[in-house]
Design a binder for this molecule. Structure first.
Ligand code: SF4
Ligand code: SF4
Length: 379
């Protein structure tokens, strides 16, 4: 059974040492949810520390504010040690457990998945279709299926989608099971509001210290572009599936139809967000960074960018003879993105949501205990 015992004791000891210093100092309590959650504790067990690490979103505000950061002998670097613990916790909660090592090789894994996805789609298209499809333009209802047969497209997407959903759900449940508090519906709604507004990325108002020491709201906006772009693209796929399987109307759809509008907006937002995040990443100060996580971060962001860019390119050129090649390339990249979702940076969103649920539950319980105490003192 996966558990916090899989996390290196040296990382836990280092995180515990830093949290004990922070708990005595408390200078950073307004920056994010980590510090109020830390203040509820006197001791830091492994579940406490992995929970706090997943509550952290690497804004680095506490690093630049810290009088004990390197070169001080205390060497307090909360963003770095929490990033280390986060990656280890992803592996600890991974399903199937035999895939846990993929987080450490996520860059290679993303590249292999991309190559494999492209190869699979191309091989299927070449084997199952007439060679002439590549030279011809295909237009009108069902044009995409002239290149990749419908049953293959639906079968591969369905199998990959189910596996990814199951894997993410099991990881999410494992995280909640190992967490230091019970989840519930109201904390879930509160966490959802936090995710949708990215409240914590405001850093108490001034923004993140990212990519350098200057406060900026840019990182929060770029994350909004990526997240809402992803939601819009997902909604476009869902509406298109409804049109196809329920209404019997096959893609491609008109430029001003709902799936195309959603897909265009989502794809454009993701391209803007990914390029902005890449620019920030190239310019980032390496001192507070956990560099072992970089291949995982780059792998995800590249796949997201390629997915959006090939989707937009396919839309722009779908009536030309390039459609077949672009469709195969787009589907190959989408497949690579899908199969890497549970074993790369994407899980940060899943576990951070779980950590925010625990945070909301703990805060509520703490408030109730405090109110009870005040009441009992008055009586
Ligand atoms: S990061 Fe530094 S300044 Fe902030 S609470 Fe911890 S010890 Fe204090
Ligand atoms: S890096 Fe940001 S989110 Fe993480 S603990 Fe420090 S202030 Fe909080």
């Amino acid at each position: 059974m996966p558990s916090n015992e899989m996390i290196k004791s040296t990382s836990l000891d280092e995180a515990r040492r830093m949290m004990e210093i922070c708990n005595a100092c408390r200078y950073c309590e307004g920056y994010c949810a980590v510090f109020p959650a830390m203040e509820l504790r006197r001791e830091f067990t492994a579940p406490d520390l992995t929970y706090l690490a997943n509550l952290c979103h690497n804004c680095r505000d506490c690093y630049y504010a810290c009088q004990f950061a390197p070169p001080h002998e205390f060497a307090v670097n909360v963003p770095e040690i929490f990033a280390d613990l986060r990656v280890q916790s992803y592996a600890a909660y991974a399903w199937p457990q035999s895939f846990a090592g993929l987080y450490r090789r996520a860059g290679t894994w993303a590249a292999l998945a991309l190559a494999g996805g492209l190869a699979l789609v191309l091989v299927l298209a070449v084997l199952l279709q007439d060679a002439g499809i590549w030279a011809a333009a295909h237009t009108g209802e069902g044009a995409f299926y002239a290149v990749i047969p419908k049953n293959i497209m639906v079968g591969v997407a369905g199998a990959a989608g189910l596996f990814v959903l199951l894997s993410l759900l099991i990881g999410f449940m494992r995280f909640l099971k190992g967490a230091p508090a019970q989840a519930g519906l109201r904390p879930g709604l509160s966490a959802l509001a936090d995710v949708l507004t990215m409240e914590n990325l405001k850093g108490g108002g001034a923004g993140c210290n990212f990519p350098g020491e200057k406060f900026s709201a840019e990182r929060r906006w770029l994350h909004h572009f990526v997240m809402y772009g992803f939601f819009a693209a997902f909604a476009a796929t869902t509406v298109a599936a409804f049109y196809d399987h329920v209404l019997g109307r096959e893609a491609p759809y008109a430029y001003f139809s709902l799936p195309v509008i959603l897909g265009t907006l989502g794809g454009t937002a993701m391209v803007v967000g990914c390029l902005g995040l890449m620019r920030q990443k190239l310019a980032e100060d390496k001192a507070p960074a956990y560099t072992d996580a970089r291949p995982m971060e780059w792998g995800f962001i590249w796949l997201l960018l390629l997915t959006s860019a090939t989707g937009l390119l396919l839309l722009a050129m779908r009536e030309t003879t390039m459609m077949g090649v672009l469709l195969a390339a787009h589907l190959g990249v989408v497949l690579a993105l899908f199969v890497t979702l549970p074993y790369g940076k994407f899980v940060h969103g899943v576990y951070r949501f779980a950590a925010l649920i625990i945070f909301a539950a703990e805060s509520k319980a703490h408030k109730q205990t405090k109110l009870k105490l005040i009441k009992s003192r008055r009586e």
